[in-house]
Design a protein around this ligand. Structure first.
Ligand code: FES
Length: 151
């Protein structure tokens, strides 16, 4: 949390204003700050104040969360930006490109799981030998033929 620059007084937002303008709960704003995703400054009354660019930062965080990116990954991406700046259009293009690849990979995995689940519907065996969801890579077969779990 940085010290407030007096020239910024009046240009900064309260946590309530950030919440209202970003559509995010005050508790979430505090949470993002605790996780190092956003920063505030303290005024003379020791109240938090936020630069307006925090709104763009919160928008980036919300979109990333919506597509399933972890807060830790979002944090890692944001701290790599020069001078800890808020992502500009070029930064966003790069971030979203990377996150799209991650999302594509997750969709492929989920699609495969859904297809495997289709074979389980109405079955209920949950067999280590037969059920692909129970033994997805058929890991037991790598140990050799026969009832591996009984040996
Ligand atoms: S539950 Fe029987 S194959 Fe998955």
């Amino acid at each position: 949390m940085a010290k407030l620059d007096p020239s910024q007084i009046g240009k900064l937002l309260t946590v309530g204003e950030v919440a209202a303008r970003s559509g995010v709960a005050v508790s979430a704003i505090h949470f993002y700050e605790a996780k190092g995703l956003i920063e505030s400054q303290r005024n003379q009354g020791n109240q938090r104040r936020y630069h307006r660019d925090v709104l763009r930062r919160v928008a980036v965080i919300k979109v990333a969360q919506r597509i399933g990116i972890s807060l830790a990954s979002i944090h890692d991406a944001l701290v790599k930006l020069p001078d800890g700046r808020t992502p500009n259009a070029a930064d966003w293009a790069e971030l979203s490109h990377g996150w799209k690849a991650e999302l594509d990979e997750r969709i492929a995995t989920l699609t495969q799981l859904r297809d495997q689940l289709s074979g389980c519907i109405g079955c209920g065996c949950l067999s280590l030998e037969l059920c692909k969801l129970r033994n997805p890579l058929d890991a037991l077969s790598e140990q050799g033929a026969g009832p591996r779990l009984l040996e």
